[in-house]
Structure formats: C-alpha cells, structure tokens
Design a protein around this ligand. Structure first.
Ligand SMILES: NC(=O)C1=CN([C@@H]2O[C@H](COP(=O)(O)OP(=O)(O)OC[C@H]3O[C@@H](n4cnc5c(N)ncnc54)[C@H](O)[C@@H]3O)[C@@H](O)[C@H]2O)C=CC1
Ligand SMILES: CC(C)=CCC[C@@H](C)[C@H]1CC[C@H]2C3=C(CC[C@]12C)[C@@]1(C)CCC(=O)C[C@@H]1CC3
Length: 347
C-alpha cells in the first residue's frame, strides 16, 4: 500500500524546463491545478510562480539540472532561445547540445518520461503546406537557424525513446502559439502598427494558417504526458497540436489589431516583392553588423510565414491521445485581446 502511494506521488512529480517562459508558465499553472508537484528550471529568475520548487540555471549545465530532476518521473522541455534571435551559436548550444544534456540528465536522474515542445515548422521550407501531417519529411532547407536546430532537437529526443530502459519520449509540435503574456505575436504586431508598418497585406491575403491558443497547447502536452506508457502508440513520435481551425493569416492579424483599436491592414503588396526586399534588408543588416545594428521587422522568415499557407492536421493526436482543442479560436482571441490593455491604441 505504502509502495503504491509512493509510486502515485512520484508519477505526479514533474519538472518544467523553460517554466518561466510564455508556454512554460501556462503549463506550470495547469499542472498545479491538476495536483502535480512541479519543479521549474529556467535561466531566468522566477516570475512569481507560486508553489513550485524553483531552480535557476542553464540547461546546458548537467550539474545545475540534476537537483531539479531529483525524484521526478516526468519532464517537460519547453526551453529555447527566442526564434527572432540571430545568434546561431546560441541556438546550436541550447537547442542541440543543451537537449543532449537534458536527455543525459533525465536518464541519470531516473526520469521515466520526457515531453519535448518541438514545432510544426520543422517541416516548413517557406512553401505552402496544407493540412500537413507528421509524416512529411523534415525541412531540407529550413527557413532559419531556429527551425534547423528545432529539427535536430526533435530527432535527438525521439531517438532517445527506449522502452527497454524505461525511458519514454514524445514531441509536441504546436504552431503559432498565442494567448495572454505572449511576448512575441501581439507585442510585435502592435509595435509594427504603432510604427505605421501594418497597413499592408502581403500577397492576396487568402493564405490559411494555424494559430493555437496557449491552453490548447498545454492540454496537448498534458495528454501526451499522461498517455506516455510502454504499450502506448505515442512513444517516440511527434504530434501536431493546433486549434484545428485554420484561419486566413491576415484576418487573424486584423482581428487582433482591430480588437486593440488599430486599423486593419488594407493595401496589397506582391509576395515576391516583399520577400525580395526582406532578403535585401537582412543581407544589409548582416553586412553592416560590425558598424551598426538594426533589426528589420519584416524578416524573410516572417514574410514567408505571413504570405504562404501553413496549416497542419492534428488527426494523429486525435486518434492516439483523444486530443480535442479545449478553447475555440474565437474565445482564445477575445481572451488574448482583453489581456493586453496596456497595448491598446492610446493607452
Ligand atoms: N511561441 C510559439 O509560437 C511557438 C513556440 N514553440 C516552442 O515552444 C517552446 C516555448 O516557447 P515560448 O514559451 O514561446 O518561448 P519563451 O521564450 O517565452 O520561453 C522559453 C523559456 O526558455 C528559457 N530558456 C532559454 N534558454 C535557456 C537555457 N539555456 N536554460 C534554461 N532555460 C532557458 C527562457 O528563459 C524562457 O523562460 C519553445 O521550445 C519554442 O521553440 C513551438 C512552436 C510555436
Ligand atoms: C508580418 C508580421 C510583422 C507579423 C507579426 C506577427 C509575427 C510576429 C508572428 C506571426 C506568425 C508567428 C509565428 C512565430 C513567431 C511569431 C510570428 C512570426 C513562430 C516562428 C514561433 C516559433 C515557431 O516554432 C513557429 C512560429 C510560426 C508562427
């Protein structure tokens, strides 16, 4: 009886690497709600997360990681440098070397299950993807270094799945996460609107994209963790997690902007022209880097994301783990817009 109770308690002990980030904090809150005891490991200082054991450190440092994984049976790895960074060495160090370290530390600490936050973009090469399934090949020419290192990271984690050794892994591939406290999508959009850069629609504006409300991403992670057992079909596999409601990229942007009191983009520009300009600006920024630093808003990566179809099927997650979004796109948008009063026009 005592032994059973101990096992039950251990199964409810988890660690969230990257637990101070946008997705991480939402995940930690939900895990606490569901009765888990949670250790958070992050390079940042805790953002007032209540009731968690907080460990500050770099995930590339195994000795710093090990205390956070003590007596933990389940680890969520959702740490990454921000995708907008141009620091290739940092991506390589954290997403590739660091993930190797996370795997070694998990095995050494006796962790049984590892859930990685990957990205649906691991198959995206800047060309249309419509209802893309997980069996699409990894991008041979990823759109940026962030994506390239996410591919390597996912391969490492999935290959580490070993039923014999009792170490099970799974990768969740979300796409375009949005929601309260997101430091990227809404703030970048509002910043661009305030500088008068959101007047234009890139392309004809009909391209469909997945945007996924953060609570659905959290739901997908917890479902995967709770179904990760030796006899489960999910072991060692990647799973797309989306809102399952592809939307026109520019309609979504307009809803956020109008919801916050800004004008919706109206004038169309040809995709190829904007992509060419973005490439030119990116090259210029690279050449001028020793003399001055400037960060163009419209990077080739963002233009590719804004002007192509990229939406993914989550049939596999539905079939294998009973996934169904818990918040609709409309509800998620309303909740997100309301959560940024400080970014309203005139605030
Ligand atoms: N935001 C999005 O639209 C999408 C995000 N993802 C993935 O989801 C995960 C979470 O992303 P977000 O929450 O948006 O990012 P975020 O930047 O808000 O959170 C990442 C966290 O990782 C931590 N971190 C970074 N380097 C670290 C290191 N060396 N050691 C320890 N902690 C470190 C950061 O301090 C931060 O708290 C990432 O793996 C990202 O690649 C995937 C698809 C879409
Ligand atoms: C054109 C323009 C200025 C759009 C502003 C919004 C963008 C900042 C977002 C639109 C699609 C987003 C997205 C990501 C980051 C933020 C956007 C570019 C990711 C690159 C984040 C990390 C991933 O794994 C994939 C995401 C795809 C969509």
């Amino acid at each position: 009886m005592l032994c059973f109770l101990h096992l039950k308690q251990r199964n409810k002990r988890c660690a969230v690497i990257g637990g101070c980030g946008f997705l991480g904090t939402h995940l930690v809150e939900k895990l606490l709600d569901r009765g888990y005891s949670v250790s958070v490991f992050d390079i940042l200082q805790s953002r007032e997360l209540p009731v968690v054991n907080f460990h500050q450190g770099d995930l590339c440092d195994k000795q710093a990681l090990l205390p956070a994984l003590k007596d933990v049976s389940l680890v969520f790895h959702c740490a990454s440098p921000p995708p907008g960074s141009d620091n290739c060495a940092l991506f390589e160090r954290v997403n590739i070397q660091g993930t190797r370290t996370v795997i070694q530390a998990c095995i050494e600490a006796g962790v049984e299950r590892l859930v990685l936050t990957s990205s649906a973009s691991v198959v995206f090469e800047g060309k249309d993807i419509k209802n893309g399934r997980e069996d699409l090949p990894y991008a041979k020419k990823p759109i940026d270094y962030y994506t390239q290192t996410k591919i390597e990271q996912e391969k490492l984690v999935l290959r580490a799945c070993d039923k014999e050794k009792g170490f099970l892994t799974v990768a969740i591939r979300p796409h375009g996460i949005f929601g309260p406290r997101d430091p990227q999508l809404v703030p970048i959009l509002v910043d661009s609107a305030r500088c008068g850069k959101m007047k234009f629609i890139i392309g004809d504006g009909t391209n469909l994209v997945d945007f996924t409300f953060v609570e659905n991403v959290v739901h997908g992670h917890i479902l995967a963790a709770e179904r990760l057992k030796p006899d489960s079909p999910i072991c060692g596999k990647p799973y797309n997690i989306t809102n399952d409601e592809p939307v026109r990229f520019w309609d979504f942007m307009s809803e956020v902007l109008v919801g916050l009191g800004y004008a919706a983009p109206r004038y169309h520009l040809p995709y190829i022209l904007v992509y060419g300009l973005a490439l030119l600006l990116w090259l210029l920024a690279l050449i001028l880097r020793p003399l001055m630093s400037f960060k163009p808003t419209f990077t080739p990566m963002r233009v590719a994301l804004a002007g192509t179809h990229h939406y993914y099927s989550c049939e596999r997650a539905k079939e294998d783990m009973g996934y169904k979004p818990v918040v609709s796109l409309k509800e998620g948008l309303t909740c997100t817009v309301q959560s940024y009063p400080h970014l309203r026009q005139g605030a």
